[in-house]
Ligand binder design. Structure first.
Ligand code: C5P
Length: 235
């Protein structure tokens, strides 16, 4: 299967979004990730703005709270008509189940509920940090897999994980379970703060469902050219 590309729009405001989108040909429908930076600045209006222009939206707010709060928050998110959203698996099974209930309750009549995936271990988390700061022993991949299995049990549609974990996630949770993989870098790109990076081609080989590309595209002189190059790499 060919993965789909999601562009992480880690941009400060709507003006920056407009400037970025304008670098793509008119009518090019994109899958865009709206994260905390942009959403906390512009609010739900940015989602509506992008949906009206024909783009799909992954609202990346990584919720982690008590089940009742997450349920209500997910109800609000579903009403925005986003395509995909997420939370932290570390919030536990009850919280994840409550999130799905909230999404179902908030989805307008006749529409399908947004898909929901769980963050396992952030791709910026190294083994040392996980072992010494989180107090979780073993390898990052083992912990990610444990969270993936719990997410599956809770009824989620998939997980956020690194490319290096995508294969084992599919083996444990099924091929249809989404493996959305950030930390994607083109050959020679700066890894920035990511520790577990991989190329788009390797992402495809390992079975990523969605490849999230942020700075490799957003910081490029010609984002559309990079976008097309990634598409060609995974075709
Ligand atoms: O710029 P870069 O390609 O590193 O962007 C990756 C994007 O994916 C960022 O928006 C980051 O917040 C997000 N992300 C991540 N690791 C996760 C979950 C989300 O890097 N585990």
């Amino acid at each position: 299967m060919t993965p789909e590309i999601i562009i992480a729009m880690d941009l400060p405001n709507k003006a920056a979004v407009e400037a970025f989108i304008n670098k793509f040909p008119e009518g090019e429908s994109l899958y865009l990730k709206v994260g905390m930076e942009l959403y906390y600045k512009e609010g739900p209006a940015i989602v509506t703005y992008l949906k009206e222009r024909g783009h799909r939206i992954f609202l990346d707010l990584k919720m982690h709270d008590i089940p009742n709060t997450v349920r209500s928050a997910m109800r609000s998110i579903a009403s925005l008509g986003v395509d995909l959203t997420n939370l932290h698996a570390a919030g536990g099974k009850k919280m994840m189940e409550a999130a799905i209930e909230g999404l179902v309750e908030g989805t307008p009549e006749g529409q399908t509920r947004p898909q929901i995936i769980a963050v396992t271990q952030l791709t910026s988390t190294s083994k040392e940090v996980m072992n010494n700061e989180q107090g979780i022993p073993g390898e990052v991949a083992e912990s990610a897999l444990k969270w993936a299995k719990l997410s599956k049990e809770a009824g989620l549609d998939g997980v956020v994980c690194s490319v290096h974990e995508a294969r084992s996630v599919h083996e444990a949770c099924g091929e249809g379970f989404i493996a959305l993989t950030p930390g994607i870098r083109l050959e020679g790109d700066d890894a920035h703060d990511q520790t577990r990076v991989a190329t788009p081609k390797f992402g495809k080989e390992e079975g990523s469902t969605y490849l999230v590309l942020g700075r490799s595209i957003t910081l490029a002189e010609n984002p559309f050219e990079v976008y097309q190059k990634v598409q060609a790499d995974i075709a």
